[in-house]
Ligand binder design. Structure first.
Ligand code: APR
Ligand code: ZN
Length: 233
């Protein structure tokens, strides 16, 4: 996966457009009929600066060079996310350090879900050393507040979110290593874009229940990481 060139990755997800319409490239804003606005050593050969491509699923059209620039500015993990509509091509993976995810049902109810039990997720990640896909390879990272406990209602929707979280965990997307917004500490394990509820029984921190829109938000945030209902089959 790592060995595949950016151009080889991008070409898997696109079809060539022979006669571009009279439109501007949504990435560089220059006409599609002319050369790509973003050119550089990593955006393909200059001879192909005029190449225009269409993303296979969402249909968004752009210069190949601009799409390559976009890919190179993102995760470079073999997956590609359309800059316009966020459709994910391939399987996006993250750099979550090694650890353990467990979950079980506990009897008490969450505020707002009086008639059901509760799913408790326990994430545990120990401190370690950053790998090649981290910001500072070879440098140690800390891991604060683990095990971290999170809560979902034990409803059909809650169980669906749990399933999506398991997929996201396996793809190393739940946590990342970086700067904690809360403590300001660098090189530490932090939540990565999916908001978990870590407070049980109240909502003093804003990370608790009741919060009626929360499960739908989690589904959206997981979708933005490329994890969706299709992954549950
Ligand atoms: N519970 C759940 N989510 C949180 C919490 C919390 N207590 N604090 C912050 N977040 C959310 C933030 O709203 C933000 O969207 O996590 C995201 C990343 O915030 P950081 O502060 O960078 O994350 P991190 O350092 O991992 O966590 C802060 O969360 O679970 C607790 O023990 C953890 O106290 C720590 C806190
Ligand atoms: Zn362009």
């Amino acid at each position: 996966r790592k060995g595949r060139s950016p151009e080889a990755v991008v070409r898997r997800y696109v079809l060539k457009v022979k006669t571009p319409q009279d439109q501007d490239c949504p990435i560089c804003m220059d006409p599609l009929a002319g050369p790509a606005g973003y050119v550089g050593p990593q955006t393909g050969s200059p001879a192909r600066a005029d190449t225009v491509v269409r993303l296979a699923e969402c249909g968004h059209v752009q210069h190949l060079g601009c799409l390559l620039a976009h890919y190179n500015a993102s995760y470079r993990d073999g997956s590609l996310q359309c800059a316009i509509c966020k459709t994910v091509y391939g399987v996006r993976t993250g750099n979550q350090p090694a650890g353990k995810m467990q979950f079980h049902v506990i009897p008490p109810s969450l505020p707002g879900y009086p008639d059901c039990k509760t799913i408790r997720i326990v994430y545990n990640i120990p401190a370690g050393t950053q790998g090649p896909e981290d910001v500072n390879p070879g440098k140690p990272f800390t891991a604060r507040g683990f095990p971290r406990h999170c809560y979902l209602p034990d409803t059909p929707k809650g169980r669906q979110v749990l399933g999506l979280l398991v997929v996201a965990w396996e793809r190393r997307l739940i946590f990342t290593v970086g700067r904690s917004c809360t403590s300001g500490e660098e090189d530490t394990v932090v939540w990565n874009q999916v908001h978990h509820k870590t407070e049980f029984g109240s909502n003093l921190t804003g990370h608790g229940y009741p919060d009626p829109g929360h499960l739908a938000s989690m589904v959206d945030q997981l979708r933005a990481l490329g994890v969706g209902p299709d992954d549950l089959l």
